[in-house]
Design a protein around this ligand. Structure first.
Ligand code: ZN
Ligand code: ZN
Length: 102
């Protein structure tokens, strides 16, 4: 994680706010994720499903030091991975926003 030191100290708080505001729903595929600390039954769901239903916060411009609300997009882990894979294709942040409908 070479970018880790660029995240602010209160990143977890910032990310949590974005997730709550989004109702724990992925901005791209509308998948409803599991809120942090929610009571869930790992033994029934399994760890991989839990991972799939984890909401993450993506930086639209890929800059972790830019935490302006418009730069923060709630994404499920699958969509988040997809965004970072798609980065190789020279997609501009403006195009990303269009793709996400935000
Ligand atoms: Zn998604
Ligand atoms: Zn990201």
């Amino acid at each position: 994680m070479k970018n880790k030191d660029r995240y602010p100290d209160n990143w977890n708080e910032i990310a949590l706010r974005v997730k709550i505001k989004a109702n724990w729903t992925c901005a791209k595929c509308q998948l409803e994720c599991i809120p942090n600390g929610a009571d869930f039954r790992t033994e029934i769901m399994g760890r991989s499903l839990r991972a799939q239903l984890t909401l993450t916060v993506h930086h639209s411009d890929y800059d972790p030091s830019n935490n302006h609300p418009s730069n923060l997009i709630p994404l499920c882990s699958a969509c988040h991975l997809y965004m970072h894979r798609g980065r190789r294709k020279n997609i501009s942040p403006g195009q990303l926003k269009l793709d996400l409908g935000v």
